[in-house]
Write a protein that binds this ligand. Structure first.
Ligand code: NAD
Ligand code: AKB
Length: 319
């Protein structure tokens, strides 16, 4: 049977790029985008307005398109979730359970759901954080991701649901805007460096966090989803690593290309969140089980971000 894919939360930072990548591999009409809000640039493929917490509407969309796989991206991220904890908990949990139920009822055959480095907390070893370790997240976002991981493993073990997951680090890309996370500074910094050559960072200079360039994250997602089921040994969520850097280090990298770039620091409530997260991640299980290998260094990502964003900004000025 041909795969028919539903991406939920398709208008967000990851969804915008994931839909494009999936459509290039599976065909435009085989990838249904869905979100509360329509995409900023409507593509050619199908789009459904969908609230993932509405299980009847979700079921109707799945049946209408004969969906076989779901990528569930709809969630509230760390910084936004702290402002409305109960709303975040409800969205992050109800959305996942609605999709896992579709798997249990054998209406779909494979699910992708991202977890995050936010599952770790202040008592976790912060350098090269192992796959299996103390977690104890202290944000509502992290608590929802840890509970989500437990639910994924439970549905796999109890009902045989083929659910796969990655603990993404902070993602950096130039095609779409980030949606309310603690790592968002690492995207904003590029826009401001090109626009005004200055950036006021909401994290302190030495706050090192695990990060990843979007093309690596998309490739990891598809490689995990396309892996032989026998190779996917972890059904909670896999540690995934790309690069780790602090605001000071990324600013220094940008300065190599824009020598008069100036960074200032004004840490806010997001500093407290970042302080509980790891500095770097040990992803050896991903490497061993399904062959993960990142391609982007800080240097390579910085060059690509500046080149591509510069083109986008010049094009929008010429319109
Ligand atoms: P985002 O905030 O940019 O996008 C989320 C999308 O979900 C938005 O377009 C929003 O409109 C949509 N949405 C919200 N509520 C919805 C609902 N009830 N029904 C349907 N759609 C709804 O988030 P993102 O950065 O693209 O993240 C996607 C997933 O990846 C999330 O689970 C997030 O926790 C995870 N993740 C992201 C990062 C990152 O750095 N971007 C890192 C780790 C994990
Ligand atoms: C956030 O900062 O909330 C996300 C994440 C690491 O989960 N980017």
């Amino acid at each position: 049977m041909k795969d028919k894919i539903l991406v939920i939360g398709s208008s967000g930072q990851i969804g915008t790029e994931l839909v494009e990548t999936l459509r290039s591999q599976y065909g435009v009409s085989n990838v249904v985008a869905s979100d509360l809000k329509a995409p900023e640039t409507p593509g050619d493929g199908p789009f459904e307005a969908l609230d993932v917490t509405d299980n009847q509407r979700l079921l109707a969309v799945v049946k209408k398109h004969g969906v076989t796989q779901v990528y569930l991206l709809a969630a509230l991220l760390s910084a936004t979730a702290e402002k409305n904890p109960l709303f975040a908990w409800n969205l992050n949990m109800a959305g996942l359970l609605n999709v896992l139920e579709l798997g249990r009822e054998k209406l779909i055959s494979r699910i992708y759901w991202p977890s995050s480095i936010a599952v770790f907390g202040p008592n976790t070893p912060s350098d090269l954080t192992p796959q299996f370790t103390i977690m104890e997240p202290s944000t509502v976002y992290g608590i929802s991701k840890q509970a989500g991981e437990r639910w994924c493993e439970y549905y796999f073990q109890k009902y045989g649901v083929d659910v796969r997951s990655l603990r993404y680090p902070g993602l950096v890309g130039w095609k779409s805007a980030p949606g309310g996370g603690t790592t968002d500074y690492a995207v904003h910094i590029f826009h401001e460096a090109l626009k005004s050559k200055t950036y006021e960072c909401f994290l302190s200079a030495d706050t090192a966090l695990p990060m990843m360039y979007m093309p690596d994250a998309l490739r990891a997602t598809l490689e995990l989803m396309q892996a032989d089921p026998a190779k996917v040994k972890i059904r909670s969520s896999y540690n995934l690593a790309g690069i780790s850097f602090s605001p000071k280090e990324i600013a220094a990298e940008i300065k190599k290309h824009i020598p008069d770039f100036m960074m200032t620091y004004k840490p806010d409530y997001r500093q407290q969140i970042a302080d509980t997260w790891p500095h770097s991640i040990d992803d050896s299980h991903s490497r061993q089980d399904w062959g993960w290998n990142p391609a982007y260094s800080l240097d390579k990502m910085t060059r690509e971000m500046l080149t591509n964003l510069d083109k986008v900004m010049k094009n929008s000025c010429n319109l």
